[in-house]
Ligand binder design. Structure first.
Ligand code: ADP
Ligand code: ZN
Length: 730
């Protein structure tokens, strides 16, 4: 008989330990396969993490152990889902992030990883369902309206691209939409014409040589915008492939994948697989299998692709390494950069981190020699950096008449761009129309009942939406508190910017890219391609558009309100503002035409804005490091956030006070305990949330203390505990 140790997939289990089951079947179970097992009178899926062979019978075993041995009901997989390499990595990640191992395994696998054996038998589906819009309807719930509008705007749209099956069913029942069948197109990465690599510049060659000759493992490539970092990635990938090893290429967000994929596909065609969130679960599963079966040599993807089942990795590249989306903000709270290094070490692979604006943490490590620093200091062909102008919005003379958003300078530059048939990018760090809606009579502000965040007004569907969770409601005609009709929309977002543009330039063609427009899968790629093909003159978007893109016709970048992020209560806000401005300005004038950038702000003298507009990374790094040192913030100390959640606020407050005091006593000189406090995001559905912040310099001293004090709370069903090691939240 085989005895297997199994981690059970069950959300309410905070216990991070395996359970044993017996198996009498023929098959030899292998670590990494999934099994169906009985647990508390239900059948649940478990991941096998250990297998032991025994000659004893079930009865003998039960006698020996003193409890009933339950049996595996079914072995789901015919081959392990995860290679031994990934199983070992999962343990390392779970240990470092003090996370339940099951949460790591779940982060590693595509969401609906169906049983490999049964999916092989499945007949190939030849047709698939499209949703076609029929008519509007007033009497709908806000959520239903939102989805109906989404379908209307994209009609006909693949049914599986809209993520709300119950609402779709309702809309079908009401005859507002209908289903049409069309022949199914299997996901395949669009092939690209073969591109021959351009001869590399002297600078590029020097960086590549230094990388190849060095025995160091982790490299930071600091190269200003337009310095040709992508070509360096491609050249290093080429060399790695030639040695017989494979390449993992990460980009920080979905908007950047189509471009990077096109670069790699134009050279390596069928050898490339892509993993990102725009793929449907079925597509992801297909790509995952292609990778696991060794059919590709390069994987391009977002954060979770760091766990791609690619074997024999020789090089892992993280482009735009400073971007925060590399850090998962839910369990297990991992950072792709740290995982990349963990993964590369045993494989003797190299890691390349690239950015025009490296995170202070990475740059500080490079300064200390922990990472090997490589630099590209000039734009390709010594192209000039864009000419930038900072416009002071506090000076009323600068405002364009009848606009609350646009300065005279920006409108004038836009006019020039449109006349010359060039393109412009307008960056605004907030989607929606108005920031918030309040009552002028009594001051009531519309908030989300689920998590208490301020709701944002979206004009296209006339709904108030929570940008933190998925809550939506209709904007009522009167204030729910005092009945006044004077509801006031304050602030502005991407939608309003688009509106004003059309007021000033009625004929101009605009595109908008924010997380609203990217709600429909595959939309991001379409918008980016469409803009690249000059099907629009102006692209308006949130920070999604600021990074990485290389649009040759863009000669103007406008940052609508550069100080917006500076009001955010985080010590990282200056760094983020600097990065955003540098990256945004860097989108302008990348090919043959010189670029311009207009930066509108209420704080024209702020160092993050001044240095960002000059792309002066070195000065920013020096200034900001001094400030961080004085306040003892990262990278001079590390922060961990321990969140305690409970449905009962009183019980929660008592427990967190106790934990804070125990922690303060235990940690002493190894760190500092801040809190307990009620954080910015203080509710998760019916759960209240309190946090402790631990600032420390030595994680390995802190870790055992955390385990001793926090694990007992995690085992208590009254609480949920989440530990965010190396947190970005404050
Ligand atoms: P970065 O990622 O550093 O901002 P890119 O890699 O996008 O810069 O390169 C900027 C531009 O220069 C791109 O249009 C790219 O095609 C071009 N380029 C890069 N390397 C070379 C080269 N060796 N010769 C000619 N053009 C190049
Ligand atoms: Zn909410």
């Amino acid at each position: 008989m085989q005895i297997v140790s199994v981690l059970i997939e069950h959300p309410t289990i905070s216990l991070n330990r395996p359970f044993s089951y017996g198996y009498n079947g023929e098959k030899k179970i292998v670590i990494g396969e999934r099994v169906l097992v009985p647990f508390n009178n239900r059948d649940l899926i478990g991941y096998v993490i250990d297998v032991e062979l025994t000659t004893r019978s079930v009865e003998e075993l039960e006698d020996e152990k003193g409890f009933r041995v339950l049996m595996v009901k079914q072995v789901i997989d015919s081959k392990p889902l995860l290679s031994l390499e990934l199983m070992e990595l999962s343990q390392q990640v779970a240990d470092y992030y003090i996370a339940p191992k099951i949460s790591v395994l779940q982060a590693m696998l595509p969401p609906t990883l169906r049983p490999a054996s049964s999916s092989l038998k499945q007949p190939k589906i030849a047709y698939e369902d499209y949703l076609v819009f029929i008519r509007d309807e007033e009497k709908l719930s806000p959520k239903q309206k939102e989805i109906l509008l989404l379908i209307k705007e994209n009609s006909p749209v693949k049914k599986r691209e809209i993520k709300s099956p119950t609402i779709i069913k309702k809309l079908l029942d009401l005859d507002l939409i209908k289903i049409e069948k069309k022949e199914k197109i299997r996901f395949s990465i669009p092939d690209e014409k073969t591109v021959v690599a351009p001869p590399l510049t002297v600078d590029q060659n020097q960086v590549i040589d230094e990388f190849c000759k060095s025995d160091d493992r982790v490299f930071l490539l600091e190269g200003i915008t337009g310095s040709g970092k992508t070509e360096v990635y491609l050249a290093l990938a080429e060399r790695t492939l030639k040695t017989g090893k494979n390449v993992l290429m990460l980009v920080p967000e979905i908007a950047l994948t189509p471009m990077m994929v096109a670069h790699f596909v134009s050279r390596y065609h069928q050898d490339v697989a892509v993993l990102h969130s725009e793929l449907t679960p079925a597509e992801k599963y297909d790509e995952y299998r292609r990778i696991a079966e060794g059919k590709v040599r390069i994987v391009v993807g977002v954060r979770s692709a760091i766990f791609a089942p690619l074997s024999n990795i020789g090089l892992i590249i993280l482009d735009e390494e400073h971007v925060e989306s590399y850090k998962q903000d839910t369990l297990p709270f991992y950072h792709a950069r740290e995982v990349a290094i963990m993964r590369a070490m045993p494989l003797k692979a190299k890691v390349l981190l690239g950015s025009a604006t490296p995170s202070l943490e990475s740059r500080a490590r490079a300064l200390k020699g922990v990472y090997h620093l490589l630099q590209l200091k000039q734009r390709i062909n010594k192209r000039e950096l864009p000419v930038t102008e900072i416009v002071d919005l506090m000076d009323a003379n600068n405002l364009y008449p009848q606009s609350i958003i646009f300065s005279k300078q920006l409108v004038a530059e836009l006019k020039t761009v449109i006349e010359r048939h060039e393109q412009a990018i307008l960056l605004i760090n907030r989607r929606g129309y108005a920031t918030y809606v309040s009552c002028r009579q009594c001051g009531y502000v519309f908030r989300c009942p689920q998590d208490d965040m301020v709701l944002t007004y979206h004009r296209s569907d006339k709904l108030l939406k929570c940008h933190h969770c998925d809550y939506v409601e209709e904007l009522p005609a009167v204030c729910p508190q005092c009945g006044s009709k004077h509801l006031w929309q304050t602030g502005f977002g991407t939608e309003r910017v688009e509106d004003e543009i059309h007021k000033f330039f009625p004929k101009v063609r605009t595109l908008r890219l924010d997380s609203d427009t990217s709600k429909v899968r595959s939309q991001v790629g379409k918008i980016v391609k469409s803009f690249a093909n000059h099907e629009a003159d102006i692209l308006i978007g949130t920070q999604m558009i600021a990074k990485g893109h290389d649009f040759p016709l863009v000669t103007l970048v406008g940052v609508i309100l550069a100080d917006m992020g500076l009001y955010y209560p985080s010590y990282r806000s200056a760094e983020q503002t600097f990065q955003l401005i540098t990256q945004a300005v860097g989108r302008s004038g990348r090919k043959d035409r010189p670029g311009k950038a207009i930066i509108q702000t209420n704080m024209p003298g702020h160092y993050a804005i001044v240095l960002g507009s000059k792309q002066d990374y070195a000065s920013f790094f020096a200034t900001e490091m001094k400030i961080r040192k004085l306040s003892n913030d990262s990278p001079f100390s590390f922060e961990m956030i321990i969140s305690l959640l409970s449905k009962n606020a009183e019980v929660l407050d008592e427990a967190i006070m106790q934990l804070a005091s125990d922690m303060k006593n235990a940690i002493k000189e190894f760190g500092e305990v801040l809190g307990p406090t009620t954080p910015f995001y203080n509710r998760e559905r019916e759960y209240y949330r309190r946090i402790l912040i631990i600032k420390h310099r030595n994680y390995f001293r802190i870790r055992p203390i955390i385990a001793k004090l926090v694990f007992p709370l995690a085992a208590n069903s009254k609480f949920q505990v989440k530990i965010d090691v190396d947190s970005f939240e404050i």
